[in-house]
Design a protein around this ligand. Structure first.
Ligand code: PLP
Length: 471
């Protein structure tokens, strides 16, 4: 399997080459040259596989530069009941007739990002050992991504994590999750400033090519193809749990921000998994809902990006969206560049409303969308607690609201649960007047010793800190 760039660069690469890379050299995103097709006989064979073996089967269609036995061992080591809480790994729960929640949030940090990041940690350790290389991951987080990355990389050989976060701006639970890690290879850096300052620092350090090379700086952001690939697996696992045979269609609703999660659903559908509809759920930051309603993709300025009660979906542009648009325009790299480089660069938007390709988003690719508000989330959390005795988090509430607007009789609708309510307790308390239950392993974490340094919002200070901690 070879990988190409959405922007038409001539190079073709193998999986392990793009594993440790971010963007392609021309600024595009990597995609496989073709989507491997899964026929009904294969689906029948996969239906009864344990999750780790299913992951191995799917990953091996895309990874041909890791020996099969090694890849199998990596999957087996990653997807265990010990790490994810159950043998099913992603158990499905029926809420009401035909509406299901797929639990993706029982990993170490209680959000779905663990599903991919835990695999990435093991792939990184494997590949770095094979090359005799080291990697220093520099990131910026306002919560979920940073903690998932730290829990995936802690104690891993060859990897250090330097994670910046805005000082005092994460929830106490999220702070405690990250700062209580005592592993020598994990560095928490609290920046005096806001999340944008942290992102600017990461950009400034990455743009210093001399520094980047010398200190082998890398990232784990959501455009990494390996993360997306790991997420394809739970669409298959959810499908098998929601159906008794492989001729039945299923729809999925996905609380969306950077379009990574739902893009994995798109890949599963392109492989031939019988997915009828993929519903993109957004909050008040409705860049994606606007596109699927109107054909206009309009990135937002920082001032137009709302701080909401589903903060992991507060995006101004969706960094994985380019992958889907590439397929939408028939994999025409010239057209893609016109949209994402020329139009977006010039006007901050592009308009496909008059392009026949836009009709295909719904008709051929099965996309629908929905949007919710703070009041919708509160109502959805209350309703779900009252009618089904089930607590959901605000992001999953955005999903459930959009899902209910897109139901088709006879077609199961699977809503992806992207975080546990305890991570966003303040909103759950606002909705229900009570604290969500906390898994045992997190009891009292706020009182644990914290490992964090404070630095000013200054890239030079962060560089000096990295240099000092790299031998
Ligand atoms: C990251 C995240 C999302 C958004 O996922 P994307 O892959 O960026 O679309 C939704 N909900 C939660 C809880 C998240 O952490």
């Amino acid at each position: 399997m070879n990988y190409l760039s959405t922007r038409g660069h001539a190079d073709r690469k193998r999986f392990c080459e793009i594993l440790l890379e971010g963007l392609a050299p021309d600024g595009g995103l990597y995609l496989p040259e073709t989507y491997p097709q899964v026929d009904t006989a294969t689906l029948a064979k996969w239906r009864t596989l344990p999750y780790a073996e299913l992951a191995f089967e799917i990953l091996s269609l895309y990874i041909d530069d890791i020996p099969a036995a090694d890849l199998k061992a990596i999957c087996a080591k990653t997807y265990t009941a010990e790490v994810f809480g159950t043998d099913e790994i992603v158990p499905l729960r029926e809420l009401e007739d035909g509406v299901y929640l797929e639990a993706l949030s029982n990993g170490p940090t209680l959000a779905f990002k663990d599903m991919a990041m835990q695999l990435l940690g093991n792939l990184f350790e494997y590949e770095l050992a094979r090359r005799g290389a080291e990697l220093n991951i520099l990131g910026a987080t306002s919560g979920d991504t940073g903690s998932a990355a730290e829990y995936a990389m802690r104690g891993k050989k060859g990897v250090r994590v330097f994670m910046t976060s805005p000082d005092g701006r994460m929830s106490p639970f999220q702070q405690a999750q990250m700062f209580s890690l005592q592993d020598a290879n994990i560095h928490n850096i609290a920046i005096t400033g806001v999340f944008d300052d942290c992102q600017d620092i990461v950009k400034a350090v990455s743009n210093d090519l001399g520094f980047k090379r010398k200190y082998r700086i890398g990232t784990v952001n959501s455009i990494n193809w390996a993360r997306l690939l790991a997420q394809v697996v739970y669409y298959f696992a959810g499908y098998f749990q929601a159906t008794a045979s492989n001729d039945k269609p299923v729809s999925f609703t996905v609380p969306s921000g950077n379009f990574g999660n739902v893009c994995a659903g798109h890949v599963a559908r392109m492989m031939g998994l019988p997915i009828q509809t993929l519903v993109v759920a957004t909050n008040e930051n409705d860049v994606l809902d606007e596109f699927f309603r109107t054909g206009v993709y309009r990135v937002r300025a920082a001032v137009d990006t709302h701080e909401t009660s589903s903060p992991s979906m507060d995006i101004s542009k969706a960094s994985n969206f380019e992958r889907f648009v590439f397929d939408l325009v028939g994999r025409d790299a010239d057209r893609l560049r016109q949209l994402f480089v020329d139009d977006l660069g010039l006007t901050g938007s592009f308009d496909l409303s008059a392009d026949p390709a836009f009709q295909l988003a719904a008709e051929r690719f099965g996309f629908r969308s929905g949007r919710s508000t703070h009041a919708d989330r509160l109502a959805m959390i209350r309703d779900t607690e009252k009618r089904f005795a089930t607590l959901i988090d605000p992001h999953t509430a955005d999903g459930l609201k959009a899902a209910r607007e897109q139901l088709t009789p006879g077609v199961p609708m699977v809503v992806l649960e992207t975080a546990l309510p305890i991570k966003f307790a303040a909103t759950v308390v606002e909705a229900l007047g009570e604290e969500p239950a906390r898994p045992k392993k997190f009891e009292g974490i706020e009182a644990l010793p914290k490992r964090v340094v404070q630095l000013p919002a200054d890239a030079e200070a962060v560089k000096a800190y990295i240099a000092q901690h790299c031998d």
